[in-house]
Design a protein around this ligand. Structure first.
Ligand SMILES: Cc1cc2nc3c(=O)[nH]c(=O)nc-3n(C[C@H](O)[C@H](O)[C@H](O)COP(=O)(O)O)c2cc1C
Length: 223
């Protein structure tokens, strides 16, 4: 078999041999809460307290109109009773996919805590009011950036982007910056949440919550 060797000549790394034994914790049924969203908030707070870099960064998978899987990182910006929220450009690739297929999968990986949280749900646009409230709370530079970028469209070069940013800056001067109609949030209504805690010997803990008629129920999955 070909070994996958990475690194420079001083220090070579065989990625097939990269592995870590997870020892920092365990997840037993007594630890759980009836409401997995509350449990997620607990884990998120622990990730924040542990100074995990970008604890609210999550991978967001969508399905394109032609059925292709796609994935990117976005930032979690809110947690509701049975939902989570993020913000983006509605004309972006993900925006176009969500238009035809609201089904999403989300993943958080907090390496320092050896924890993963997976979620499944359906995304729907937030109300205009909610998107505006969040947009108006953003730093001015981010607001200008949202106007300047047609996210996911091709651009000839970096200079074009800078030009677009300068033009937007001129246009708004010192005025308050309105929320672009093409920009806003999504609310993901959650159907499944799985909590994964790394354990020694690959005998990890996995607890899967599913939402049904009677509310949330959970089961333990094999690692
Ligand atoms: C740490 C991190 C945070 C990001 N947060 C966001 C975000 O909140 N919203 C967003 O639209 N893009 C965010 N991005 C950029 C996306 O990963 C992606 O490049 C962009 O949304 C275009 O994706 P699309 O072409 O699939 O629509 C983030 C990227 C990184 C690495």
């Amino acid at each position: 078999m070909n070994r996958n060797i990475l690194g420079n000549s001083e220090e070579q790394v065989d990625i097939a041999n990269l592995r870590k034994n997870y020892t920092s914790g365990g997840l037993v049924e007594d630890d759980l809460l009836d409401d997995p969203v509350e449990f997620f908030k607990l884990w998120l707070n622990q990730a924040i307290d542990s100074e995990v870099p970008e604890p609210n960064a999550m991978s967001l998978a969508t399905v394109s109109e032609s059925g292709k899987a796609e994935n990117r990182i976005v930032l979690l910006k809110g947690v509701g009773k049975r939902s989570i929220q993020f913000y983006t450009n509605y004309n972006s690739r993900k925006g176009k996919s969500l238009e035809v297929n609201p089904s999403v999968a989300v993943n958080f990986w907090w390496a320092e805590l050896e924890r993963q949280v997976r979620m499944n749900g359906d995304a729907a646009k937030l109300s205009r009011r909610e998107s505006e409230d969040y947009f108006q709370s953003r730093p001015r530079e981010s607001q200008l950036g949202a106007w300047a970028s047609e996210q996911s469209s091709e651009i000839t070069n970096r200079a074009e982007l800078s030009k677009s940013f300068e033009a937007v800056k001129q246009r708004f001067g010192k005025d308050p910056i309105p929320t672009p109609g093409f920009w806003g949030g999504y609310n993901i209504t959650l159907n499944e949440i799985e909590f994964w805690q790394g354990r020694p010997g690959r005998l990890h803990d996995r607890i899967l919550y599913t939402y049904g008629d009677g509310g949330w129920t959970f089961k333990r999955l094999q690692p």
